[in-house]
Design a protein around this ligand. Structure first.
Ligand code: BGC
Length: 440
């Protein structure tokens, strides 16, 4: 694979790193902002979810403006928003300012969550597209790990510790902004706006086996006689099927419980009788497992295909959750087995649904509808993320651990069945070949 392609994918994936960091950093901050801003439990919940509402708006807006101004410029905008959010949230002395800054961060996360994988899918040669888009997930989990780690390191720095935790994000935001100058525009977008000459230049640098000409012709053909895609086009019978796949898979990625397990892990560990300090260290362990198994997915996703990877992963996640549920049922939650099941579940997610969702969602839509198609799918992802984060603590308290994990396990089994029956295999084909196959 050309190192240039890896380099520009890595630049785009920095958006994923900020996405991971910004969503995870709050887990270390919340214990300190609660007394500082005098928040009730409910108030804390809303303050924490403010970012997620920003994400929903960001993802909708990014699809449209990404089509108008290009993927690169809008990612630049995201890096600026990340920077402002880091500075303002770290410096805020009023709750309203803090929440506002988190919403701005959310806008940036939303933008990055759609444009980073989309950009990578649009520049990647078909043969390596799965691994390259998965680089974005590797960056997300790296961002999470950095947040867990810097939170842990900064915890003893006095009463302003939470401000430092938030400020860390300014650094990767600056890095993203400047690296973007080295990134070319997406060739698919360039053709869509009629700039074939520039598209050709990018294709020459990114295509394998000297196929730049052929790629350009295919892209032009796929966009011929097509207006800029509208929501109405998205709802036409053939594209509607694809849209459903995007939405349902995105929702499954969230309702199978990953964020509950990840962000509530310290609570789960505390509940089983460990000190909160070891809990934070355990969270770092979770981050590392995440990283290792995402890297594993990158090795296999183009070889075995997206579908097999998700099937194996959701079966594994279901098994781990059933184990966890059983432990809660028989009241055996104080031993090492809980840790094994939690880490096992995360390993299965990281090597399957984690990266594969972003890969599939950025591949299934036709060129003229990719932006708005991904917007709709990913808005569903963020909505599902909010619902699960609000509902999980309530369900855990009302129903207990055994039932809660059983519910997640059943959802994993449903995900397995859905993917088995409805999700097409997308490995190895160009986006234009997929377009022909899936909607004509
Ligand atoms: C998911 C996030 C999750 C992250 C880390 C992403 O693919 O969309 O919700 O926090 O992976 O596992």
């Amino acid at each position: 694979m050309k190192s240039y392609v890896v380099f520009i994918s890595a630049v785009a994936a920095l958006g994923g790193l900020l996405f991971g960091f910004d969503t995870a950093v709050i887990s270390g901050v919340l214990n300190f902002i609660q007394p500082y801003f005098g928040l009730s439990e409910a108030g804390l919940g809303w303050t924490v979810s403010s970012l997620l509402f920003g994400c929903m708006v960001g993802v909708v807006v990014a699809g449209k403006i990404g089509d108008k101004y290009g993927r690169k410029k809008v990612l630049m905008l995201a890096s600026l928003l990340f920077f402002v959010s880091a500075l303002v949230s770290a410096g805020s002395i009023h709750l309203v300012i803090f929440v506002g800054a988190r919403v701005i961060g959310g806008l940036a996360v939303g933008i990055a969550s759609i444009l980073s994988p989309m950009y990578i899918a649009e520049i990647a040669p078909a043969k390596y597209r799965g691994s390259l888009v998965s680089l974005n997930q590797l960056a997300i989990v790296t961002g999470i790990l950095i947040a867990f780690f810097t939170n842990y390191m900064l915890i003893g720095t006095g009463e302003d510790n939470w401000r430092w935790m938030l400020l860390v994000m300014a650094l990767p935001a600056v890095l993203l902004f400047f690296s973007l100058f080295f990134m070319p525009e997406s060739p698919r977008w360039l053709v869509a706006v009629g700039n074939d000459a520039s598209a050709m230049k990018v294709l020459e640098k990114t295509s394998v086996e000297n196929e730049a000409d052929l790629r350009l012709r295919e892209i032009k053909q796929s966009l011929e006689n097509k207006e800029e895609g509208s929501y109405r086009d998205l709802l036409k019978p053939k594209t509607r099927n694809i849209l459903w796949i995007g939405i349902i898979l995105s929702v499954f990625q969230q309702i199978t419980g990953i964020n509950s397990i990840m962000y509530y892990a310290p609570k789960i560990f505390a509940q089983i009788g460990q000190s909160s300090d070891t809990a934070l260290l355990q969270t770092v362990a979770i981050g590392s497992i995440n990283l290792i198994f995402t890297a594993l997915a990158m090795v296999f996703i183009d070889r075995f295909g997206r579908k097999r990877v998700i099937l194996l992963g959701s079966a594994g996640m279901a098994t781990m959750l059933l184990g966890l549920s059983l432990l809660y049922k028989i009241n055996a939650t104080s031993g090492i087995l809980v840790l094994v099941f939690i880490l096992g579940y995360i390993a299965f997610f990281a090597s399957s649904l984690g990266p594969a969702l972003w890969v599939v969602v950025s591949e299934i839509f036709p060129n003229n509808l990719r932006s708005i198609g991904m917007s709709v799918a990913l808005v569903s992802l963020w909505a599902a993320c909010i619902i699960v984060s609000v509902a999980f603590p309530i369900i855990l308290e009302v129903l207990n651990g055994a039932m809660t994990f059983m519910i997640f396990a059943i959802i994993c089994i449903l995900c397995f069945a859905y993917v088995w029956k409805y999700v097409p295999e997308t490995k190895g084909k160009t986006l234009e070949e997929l377009e022909k196959e899936l909607i004509s």
